[in-house]
Design a protein around this ligand. Structure first.
Ligand code: SF4
Length: 691
């Protein structure tokens, strides 16, 4: 037995699924993952994990893993050496840049890859090709939330930590199915709700688990949350709950903001949201009387045509009630992917360098140019194309090449038929991934990356917490860590980079980007973590805004808003609304959770949720198949009858199907940040005959 124990390797790693950032020991013998062992030292999760972190690792040894580079020849992929594949990529990208300029190429970094890999992705785009055409999947999810925080408080990250959430007098979740999407945070909140008499207010069109546990649940009409939040803010001012001292000392634009709230009476809010005036008053009293409030939101807010405005309205409400800068307060957009926060923090965004330093600021450009050893004129001075614009430009023939790392754009982007057409028009496409994804099927060259357990690096979780993960096992076949692939490619492009270890990449980022000044692999070793902004002496900032907001005068800004209805609503032709989201057991396109084994078998089926009344009206029984048709396309799916949805609202998980739900989503998007309005789909539902 002692001999067997000796063969077992225990390695600290960080979960590769959601933004909670659970860390744990992985016990392995060679490539066999024996178990996942949570430990008390884990800073975000302690001894908790969810089912994905515990059992969602079979994909690592899937026979479907890519193990060699592939080059398309005569319409088919053939294996190639790394040298030939990278030579081909470098030659084709160089040719395209010479003919059309660097802005003819777009880069999408991965929200599953490490911070160091995100850093190198944007460095290749900016330094080698002189373009800011670089983005990541935060465009699909939390970019509107970041915009709301930039407008009001200044930093694009959660105000505090999970511990802060547990200390709050009142937790509000809005547009967030926390128990399925961020299960470990949900379990912490369930505990504080039960044992510390913390109050829970849930606002959502769908009655999910946290709604059932709430002290008050508001089943709001989809797309009307801005009206709710603004009516709450007005109530706070009008009923003596506004924190006058906080507003006087720490907040700008109070009078302008209050004037903008005039339309948002309770009666108006009731008419728009479908909630009674009495229910609205109950919610407002709960918020007004709470000593400290944490407000959590997610895709139910951001994936709308005005998600940035609604995120702003939520942050406004927190400012009005003085709920920033104290333990147990603040705004918390719940980050979806394990490193969607880090991919943005480390510069995979079209308008900022790592650390959110603006590409349009000459002083910033000069600093980065000097650090990278180039003339500032070599770095583009205009914001680049984001994910949405890249697809549009590809469709019009302006974008000639794309380099996509670890993102399933062909499945996850809205209006997928249009995305596929745009990809087909590209002259050249590179996909770097661990599987032959649906996106890789459009590529000319496919490069095999490897998952987090086969490399070292760091991730940033939803708390802004930077954590190291270590190599659990060697890369499979000829696959390589993404940072190595990008370093080798840079060399082929005439930029021999010196990196031998990701720690050197982090050191470079920390030397340049102010918010990472004191971040180092040494300070992150083992179970240690750092929360940005990190001062040069290594001091973290777990709680933001304790003495100043991130604006030149240190004051927050209340931001006046108007409400605009969703761009697509149900009507006489398309009479139902299709809400959509994740399931606990799966993640996004199921490229990881769908590769067989324990996690796949826990929830293998797809369905559409239909409320009991609607099911009765349409004479539907559980298991009947229906066809859902939007203005873009249709899909067939079995029915699940449940009171989680009500009225004319349906719900479908986003993970499965051919086409998936994005065969139905459309071109509507938030004009402020270009995030697709995934949650605004009007559909019809037709019962299919049993065969
Ligand atoms: Fe992984 Fe999120 Fe589950 Fe934690 S809560 S184990 S980070 S999926």
């Amino acid at each position: 037995n002692a001999l067997r124990q000796a063969e077992i390797k225990r390695t600290k790693t960080v979960c590769t699924y959601c933004g909670v950032g659970c860390s744990f020991e992985m016990w392995t013998r060679d490539r066999h993952i024996l178990k996942v062992q949570p430990v008390a030292e884990a800073p975000a999760n302690g001894i908790s994990t969810c089912v994905k972190g515990k059992f969602g690792w079979d994909f690592v040894n899937s026979p479907e893993r890519l193990t060699t580079p592939l080059i398309r020849e005569n319409g088919r992929f053939r294996p190639a050496s790394w040298d030939e594949a990278l030579e081909t990529v470098a030659r084709r990208l160089r040719e395209i840049a010479q003919r059309h300029g660097g802005d003819a190429i777009g880069f999408i970094g991965s929200s599953k890859a490490s911070n160091e890999e995100a850093y190198l992705t944007q460095k290749i785009a900016r330094l080698i090709f002189g373009t800011n055409n670089v983005d990541n999947s935060s465009r699909y999810c939390q970019n509107p939330a970041t915009q709301g925080l930039f407008r009001t408080v200044g930093y694009g990250g959660d105000a505090g930590t999970i511990k802060d959430m547990q200390q709050a007098d009142l937790i509000i979740t809005i547009g967030s199915n926390l128990a399925e999407n961020h299960p470990v945070i949900a379990s912490h909140i369930k505990q504080s709700h039960k044992h510390r008499s913390q109050k829970l207010l849930v606002v959502d069109p769908r009655r999910h688990e946290m709604a059932d546990r709430a002290d008050l649940f508001l089943q709001i009409k989809p797309g009307t949350d801005l009206v709710w939040a603004s009516a709450m803010s007005r109530y706070m001012f009008d009923h003596g709950y506004a924190d006058e001292e906080f507003l006087n000392q720490r907040v700008n634009q109070v009078a302008e903001y209050y004037a903008s709230l005039m339309p948002f009476t309770l009666e108006y809010a009731s008419e728009i949201t479908g909630l009674s005036v009495e229910t609205l008053v109950s919610a407002a009293e709960m918020i007004g009387q709470a000593k400290s409030v944490c407000l959590l939101w997610a895709m139910g807010i951001t994936q709308h045509s005005h998600g940035a405005d609604t995120s702003t309205a939520l942050s406004n409400l927190l400012l009005v009630t003085g709920n920033y800068g104290r333990p147990g307060t603040g705004g918390y957009p719940m980050r979806g992917h394990n490193n969607v926060q880090g991919a943005s923090d480390f510069g995979c965004l079209s308008n900022v360098y790592p650390g959110y330093e603006k590409v349009t600021d000459p002083a910033v450009r000069e600093k980065w140019a000097e650090a990278w050893g180039v003339d500032p004129a070599a770095l583009s001075d205009k914001a680049g194309a984001d994910n949405f614009k890249m697809v549009q430009q590809a469709d019009k023939g302006a974008l000639k090449a794309m380099y996509i790392i670890g993102e399933e754009t062909a499945f996850s982007d809205a209006d997928s038929t249009n995305v596929h057409e745009a990809f087909s028009k590209l002259e050249f496409m590179v996909v770097q991934d661990i599987f032959m994804s649906r996106t890789a099927e459009f590529a000319d060259v496919v490069l095999p990356g490897c998952p987090s357990v086969e490399k070292e690096g760091t991730f940033v979780n939803t708390e802004r917490r930077i954590q190291r993960f270590y190599e659990v096992m060697k890369p499979l076949g000829e696959s390589l860590p993404d940072w190595k692939i990008l370093t080798m490619l840079a060399s082929k492009l005439g930029h021999p980079w010196y990196y031998q270890h990701p720690g050197q990449i982090m050191q470079e980022a920390a030397n340049i980007a102010g918010i990472f000044a004191g971040v180092s692999y040494e300070r992150l070793s083992g179970w240690q973590s750092q929360l940005w902004p990190v001062s040069a002496d290594g001091k973290s900032t777990p709680l933001l805004y304790t003495d100043k907001f991130q604006f030149p005068d240190g004051k927050a800004r209340l931001y006046p808003l108007e409400w605009h209805p969703p761009m697509e609503e149900s009507d006489s032709e398309y009479d139902l609304l299709l809400d959509n989201g994740r399931m606990l057991e799966h993640f996004q396109s199921t490229n990881q959770t769908g590769k067989g084994g324990r996690i796949t078998s826990l929830s293998p089926n797809w369905y559409v949720e239909v409320g009991p009344q609607l099911a009765a009206e349409r004479q539907l029984q559980e298991g009947d198949w229906v066809r859902l048709t939007s203005r873009r396309g249709s899909l067939d799916v079995p029915v699940l009858i449940t009171d989680r949805v009500a009225g004319n609202v349906l719900f479908i998980p986003i993970h499965h199907g051919k086409p998936g739900v994005n065969g139905l989503t459309g071109e509507h998007h938030d004009p402020d940040v270009n995030t697709p309005a995934y949650k605004e789909i009007a559909v019809t539902m037709t019962k299919l005959e049993r065969t």
